[in-house]
Design a protein around this ligand. Structure first.
Ligand SMILES: Nc1ncnc2c1ncn2[C@@H]1O[C@H](COP(=O)(O)OP(=O)(O)OP(=O)(O)O)[C@@H](O)[C@H]1O
Ligand SMILES: [Mg+2]
Ligand SMILES: [Mg+2]
Length: 809
């Protein structure tokens, strides 16, 4: 067990004293110029702290070791479980329901899951489009009257079929078949159908969130079924899946009258109502809204259900509850839905003409929809346009436009300049300072321009600025005008007269007015997040623009970075302390880059961004973490290359003086393929007393009785945190390196451990900051963790233990 994290065998100690001396997060100590030196000693000091801060193992250690090993996903367990029996149905392939897909899939390799569908799966899926999808023979649900609202039961039937399999191809087929049936019978309902499938009510920038915790849902289940809250809580303790608790609660209820069956439209409206209630008694009205949906759920299939046996039974209540919880857990990635949607659409168009689409056309349709969605991530705009104009004409009708924020392009981490040189070998690249602030996407349209700031933008979000209208969005498309009214107020002064519309990619950075230089991120953090009044702004920000995506009525994402940069520099006027272009350097030599890296650090930046400069590969790739953008962070050069953003799943009570707060936490990365949070470390280092208090106050609101069924965690007695949380908070964490450990589950599905019983874990993790700009499902993914782990291994192997000899600081 020597590969387990060192935290494992430590004895309980008093943490309070020791933690007072805990150093501040590194960035806050980084005032002014500082050499790029990597401080090995500091990691050692972390080591000591770590030992002090980690929760004590319990006496159960040996007992637990003797227990049979628990499966990764307790709810899907086939083995005997000493805990209350999980009742979730097992995933098996339902051959009968989709013989064609399963036949084809036989030939494919076993379920290697992927964030992007495998090319072979896609190829086979296209065959299915040409056969199954152009007939009605395999429709998942009996036809409803054309033009009538789509029954919610039809969607739930599809969900149930999807839930019975893990085969990507079969999942895709179910998905496409249903979407095509909707297109054939009630195309007007395609939008709410897709939204309910992706577990969203509206595009991200609309800012509509359910935010319903377990307690509200339990209350609603209780009240709508006449069962006491105590009984519901008991059920939840035993079953561990609120969706099934809802089904169980319903099944014991005699049906006095038959409510009207739910429709997709009705459920979408109902959920929207729940999400948008505000003001006095909002909680109560949310509960009422949930009750209303739940009492109408499964109206067509009343009666008693044995949830442990009945796989295909009533499921509307289950999926409503899961939607409210924010996780449908169908293994249905949004990417899959996008491809299925394209396939359904092209099949539907062919079906209407009584033809079969060619493979080339199917491929083209998929690619059109993917591109359109990456530039205009709004089903609200795309779906009606697609239904009206046909998928092949979609690009003409749906283009990147000011007012609809796109997901920014992201970078891959690197650990050495040589790694960057290897990557860009033979190509021209450019280096830019990597500013340490907050990503900001600025949209602007002049009043006398031909276009308008999109209609789809909530009107409150567009601010009048001089000659035009503007909006600012965060990395995850949240609207930031309430946070940066000072930026908006000055914006017009840096827009040149004949610049009529644009979308800018920038970093907003705290600015020291007297010293005339940028300040570390910690300063930016002290700014208020909402309702900022210009007169009260204490921390000024300067906007550093590094890319231009749209200019004067035209999307320019496909132009080379060199061209975009030229247009950027031509279209704006820098204003000191308000607006600047990211400092860049086009030298290609190692020593030039090294010098530039030094300079960036002296200028209080985090390091460098190195980007492909010419050719198609230098185009802007929205929403993609691309190898055409690499980041070099000076703090991570000798470590794993980057920090991680992890979700807080649980905590351990503090000891000694710290009994009123949590002393350590259990963190996880996210696996978007299985929709699970996989544990990756315990952390007790890097927190100040004040921060611990704050975190406690926020976290205490999200305590739940037992881990969510979509938490992949070890179940041995000594590994259990004292409390579990809803998955809500994302923290940035730094680590010395990554190791394999039987205690954690991260990356277990990524094949890093040949034996398959260890996950990846962080050694000497240290808390850096709360990431308000990331949602839990935007946390570092299991795949990224695995990639970092593998890279660390290969670097270590090829260069010896000193991970980076290229730096002689
Ligand atoms: N010149 C620049 N070009 C591109 N991005 C920059 C630049 N300067 C600063 N940035 C910021 O750096 C970020 C990328 O690195 P960083 O590690 O900070 O990402 P992050 O927000 O933690 O996200 P992730 O770790 O998921 O990539 C960009 O999203 C952007 O906010
Ligand atoms: Mg950053
Ligand atoms: Mg990061």
């Amino acid at each position: 067990m020597d590969d387990a994290p060192p935290v494992k065998d430590t004895k309980p100690k008093v943490v309070a004293e020791k933690q007072k001396t805990v150093a501040l997060p590194r960035a806050s100590r980084r005032k002014g110029p500082e050499p790029v030196k990597v401080k090995e000693e500091e990691e050692g000091e972390d080591n000591d702290e770590e030992e002090e801060n980690v929760p004590p193992p319990e006496k159960a250690a040996t007992k637990a070791a003797a227990k049979p090993k628990k499966p990764l996903f307790p709810v899907a367990s086939k083995k005997k479980d000493p805990e209350p029996k999980p009742v979730k149905v097992e995933k098996v392939v339902d051959e009968e329901a989709s013989a064609s897909a399963s036949e084809v899939e036989e030939e494919l390799e076993e379920d290697e899951v992927d964030e992007e569908e495998k090319p072979e799966v896609i190829a086979k899926a296209r065959k299915i489009v040409q056969t199954t999808l152009t007939t009605k023979a395999k429709d998942p649900y009996p036809d409803w009257k054309p033009g009538e609202p789509v029954p919610y039961a039809a969607l739930c039937k599809t969900f149930s079929l999807i839930e019975l399999t893990t085969k990507r191809l079969i999942i895709m087929e179910h998905c496409s078949l249903f979407l095509r049936q909707v297109l054939r019978l009630t195309p007007d309902d395609l939008l709410p159908t897709v939204l309910l499938m992706i577990n969203k009510l509206a595009p991200d920038y609309a800012g509509i969130e359910l935010g319903i915790g377990e307690s509200l849902i339990m209350k609603a289940i209780g009240e709508s079924t006449g069962r006491s809250l105590a009984v519901i809580k008991q059920d939840q303790k035993e079953i561990g899946d609120l969706g099934l608790v809802a089904v169980k609660s319903r099944s014991t209820q005699p049906t006095m009258f038959k409510p009207k069956a739910l429709t997709i439209r009705g459920v979408h409206n109902g959920l929207m109502g729940i999400a948008t209630v505000t003001g006095n008694g909002a909680q109560g009205r949310k509960v009422d809204g949930i009750k209303k949906l739940l009492s109408a759920a499964d109206a067509n299939s009343p009666g008693k259900v044995d949830i442990t046996k009945d796989k295909g039974g009533p499921s509307e209540a289950k999926y409503i509850v899961r939607f409210l919880e924010g996780k449908l857990r169908l293994g249905l990635a949004e990417r899959t839905i996008l491809v299925s949607l394209a396939q359904a659409m092209i099949a539907h168009e062919a079906y209407k003409k009584n033809t079969v689409p060619s493979t080339g056309d199917i491929e083209k349709a998929e690619s059109i929809l993917k591109t359109v969605y990456s530039e205009l991530p709004s089903y609200d705009v795309i779906i009606p346009a697609m239904v009206e104009h046909g998928i092949m004409n979609l690009r003409e009708h749906c283009k990147l436009r000011p007012g609809v924020p796109l997901k920014p392009m992201l970078a891959k981490p690197t650990k050495a300049i040589t790694e960057v040189l290897d990557r860009f070998d033979g190509q021209t690249f450019t280096c830019e300072y990597k500013y340490d602030g907050e990503r900001a996407q600025i949209h602007y349209v002049a009043k006398d321009a031909d276009e308008e700031l999109s209609q789809s933008l909530p009107s409150a979000a567009a601010t009048e600025v001089g000659r035009g209208v503007a909006a600012i969005f965060s990395r995850n498309s949240e609207e930031l005008s309430k946070k940066y009214p000072d930026v908006l107020a000055k914006l017009q002064s840096w827009v040149k007269e004949d610049t009529k519309s644009f979308v800018l990619d920038c970093e907003s950075v705290a600015w020291d007015v007297t010293e005339k230089k940028v300040l570390p991120f910690q300063q930016l953090m002290t700014r208020k997040k909402k309702d900022v009044k210009i007169e009260e702004v204490k921390v000024k920000v300067c906007v550093f623009a590094f890319d231009l995506l749209y200019l004067n009525g035209e999307a320019i994402v496909e132009k080379s970075l060199r061209e975009r940069r030229e247009l950027l520099h031509k279209s704006f006027n820098p204003v000191e302390g308000e607006f600047a272009f990211a400092t860049c350097m086009d030298g290609q030599e190692l020593d030039e880059i090294q010098t530039f890296l030094d300079l960036s650090v002296k200028a209080s930046c985090e390091g460098l961004m190195v980007k492909m400069l010419d050719g198609t590969e230098s185009g802007y790739e929205p929403s993609k973490r691309s190898r055409n953008w690499l980041k070099i962070k000076k703090d991570y050069l000798a470590g794993i290359g980057d920090s991680l953003d992890l979700v807080v799943l649980g905590a351990y009570h503090g000891k000694g003086k710290r009994t009123s707060v949590y002393g350590a936490f259990l963190l996880a990365c996210y696996n978007p393929v299985t929709e699970t949070y996989e544990t990756v470390c315990n952390i007790g280092t890097g927190f100040s007393e004040a921060v611990l208090e704050e975190l406690h106050t926020a976290l205490v609101e999200t305590v739940i009785d037992r881990p969510k069924p979509f938490y992949a965690h070890s179940t041995g007695g000594q590994h259990q945190p004292d409390v579990w949380f809803e998955p809500r908070f994302v923290w940035e964490v730094k680590t010395a390196d990554l190791t394999l450990s039987p205690r954690y589950k991260a990356g277990m599905k990524e094949g890093v451990d040949p034996a398959g019983d260890k996950g990846i874990s962080l050694r000497f993790p240290r808390f850096i900051k709360v990431r308000d700009d990331k949602k839990p499902d935007e946390a570092t993914t299991s795949r990224q963790v695995a990639e970092m782990y593998r890279k660390q291994e290969s670097v270590t192997k090829s260069k010896g233990p000193a991970a980076d000899d290229d730096f002689e600081y």
